[in-house]
Design a protein around this ligand. Sequence first.
Ligand code: TRP
Length: 353
Amino acid sequence: MKKIILTGDRPTGRLHVGHYVGSLKERVKLQNSNEYDEIYIMIADAQALTDNAEHPEKVRQNIMQVALDYLAVGLDPEKSILFIQSMVPQLTELTFYYMNLVTVSRVQRNPTVKAEIQMRGFETSIPVGFFCYPISQAADITAFHATVVPVGEDQMPMLEQCKEIVHKFNSVYGETLTDPQIKLPDNASCLRLPGIDGKAKMSKSLGNCIYLSEEPEEIRKKVMSMFTDPNHLRVEDPGQVEGNPVFIYLDAFCRPEYFAEFLPEYENLDQLKDHYRRGGLGDVKVKKFLNNVIQAELAPIRERRKYWEQRLPEVYEILREGSRKAEQKAAQTLREVRHAMRIDYFEDNNLLK
Ligand code: TRP
C-alpha cells in the first residue's frame, strides 16, 4: 500500500509558532524522511468559509499568507503538493455522499465542534455548513487515500469521526476507502502550546500568538512579556516549572546546543529547571534565554519567507499546479466511490445493466 499524507490549515490568518511545533515541523520532518509516496498539503479555504461566509476577502488574502508560511517552514513543492481546497470540487461531492452516513447527534458529540460552537457563541445559530465540517474533513482525507494525517492534538476528534465514516462507507458499499492514522508530534510539550498569556491555547482570536513571520523586536517584546509562575515574585523564591509557559516553550523549542551558545553556565534544560525550582533564578534570565532560542529557530524561517515574498508569481504557480494535481487524484477516488455506490451510470453503459 502506498504511504500518503494529507493535512492542511484554514486560511484565516498567518500561522504561528503553535502551528509550527504542533504540526508544521512534523510535516517537514515526514516530507524530508522521503518515506512517503505522495504528500498533499491543503489550504482549507472552503472550511474557513464555513464560519466566515461574510468575510470572503479575509479568506482570500490569507491563502497567500499560509502558502508563504508553508514554504517558509521548509515544505518543498518538489516533494509536497500544495493546493487550495475549493479548487478540488470533488471534495464537495464526496462530502455530500458522506452526510448520509453520519447522524446529527454524532456530530453534536464531536468535542472539537462543541468547543468551537461555544467559542464562537453560535449556540442556536450554527451555520449548517459549519456543523458539517467534520464530514467535509473526512472527504478531504479520504479523497487522497491518505494513510497518515499529521495534525495538532485538537484535530483528534476529527480523525475519529473520519475513521467512522470510512468504516461505515466500506461496510455499506464495499472496501473502497483507506483508513487513516493520526500523527501527533512526539514531544508532549508541542501538543498544545499555550499562549504567551498562559491561556491554554495559542489562538489569533485571543491575541496571544507569536507569528512565524514576526520581526525579531516584536518576538523579543512578546517573550519578555510572557506569563510565568505568578508565585515566583522574587528571584530567591522557589519557582514552578510545570504549567509555566516559559518552560513549556523551552521544552518545545530548545535544542541541547543552545546552552553552549546562549547560556553556558547550564549544561541542559534539566539543570535550568532544577535551579528555577530551588529558587535563585530570575524570570528575566530565563526569558532572555528563551528569546535567543526562539530567535534562532525563527530566523531561517523568516529569511525563507522573505525569499518567497519576492516571488509571488512563482508561489501562485505552485498553488495552481498543486491544485491541478490534487484534482486529478481526487477525481480518480470519486470514480471509485461512484462505482462502489452504484451511481456510475454512464460508465460502460452501467445503467442499462
Ligand atoms: N481543520 C483543520 C484546521 O483547522 C484544517 C483541515 C481541513 C484539515 N481539512 C483537513 C486538517 C483535513 C487535516 C486533514 O486547521
